[in-house]
Design a protein around this ligand. Structure first.
Ligand SMILES: [Zn+2]
Length: 215
């Protein structure tokens, strides 16, 4: 780091259908079909009710719709929103692995050949590659600082166009990274502590996450 800079995502930037599709699958898994439809209606995303985007790599949805759906789930579920979004993030990652492993940069990683510690980093590098290949404006950095994995997204879509006064808001990302750690190690996601230390919604230049093994 850090010759990388904040990416200014155009307000109307398109986003990859498959990534939005994965999130819709995750929302339906956690909130049920009725919950999904209620959230879509409450967030002005009626056009996706019973009509998800194709599960493909074209950019037909909008980045701000992805962000809007995150925001709506937080509003819809109230105090439970943070945990709910983390669950949705974990479910989304599983759908991504199931449906789009190759596209997410994860199909060709020979996990078993790697020691445990390197597996986690390898998965994060796979996610990074997937996002940077698929998303026009994608810019992600992965570092290993003495065993603390630091994942930094300079163009986070979850909080695109959003503002927060006090707390980072990319809870879905925390869930996704947790599930990525489970995928890498076979361990329960609770064995990892994942903290969003910076968030673009707070005015920072990036969303940054620290990932540690719990003692
Ligand atoms: Zn953020």
């Amino acid at each position: 780091m850090s010759d990388l800079k904040r990416v200014d995502i155009p307000e109307e930037a398109p986003y990859v259908n498959a990534l939005f599709w994965q999130m819709l699958q995750g929302v339906e898994e956690v909130l049920g079909e009725n919950g999904l439809n209620a959230v879509l209606r409450s967030s002005g995303l009626d056009r996706y009710v019973g009509n998800p985007p194709e599960n493909n790599l074209e950019s037909g949805v909008l980045a701000r719709e992805y962000a809007r759906l995150n925001e709506a789930i937080e509003q819809f579920t109230g105090r439970a929103g943070k945990g709910m979004l983390q669950r949705i993030g974990r479910a989304s990652f599983r759908w991504g692995i199931k449906e789009q492993a190759a596209l997410m940069g994860l199909a060709n990683i020979a996990l078993k050949a790697l020691p445990q510690r390197l597996r986690k980093r390898a998965i994060l590098l796979g996610v990074r590659k997937g996002l940077m290949d698929l998303v026009d404006f994608g810019l992600v950095d992965v570092q290993d600082n003495d065993g603390v994995l630091v994942y930094t997204d300079y163009a986070c879509t979850i909080c695109h166009t959003r503002h927060s006064a006090e707390q980072p808001i990319c809870h879905l990302y925390v869930g996704t990274l947790g599930e990525a750690m489970t995928y890498a190690t076979g361990k329960d996601f609770r064995e990892f502590e994942i903290i969003e230390t910076h968030c673009r919604a707070l005015g920072h230049d990036y969303c940054r996450f620290e990932i540690r093994d719990r003692a």
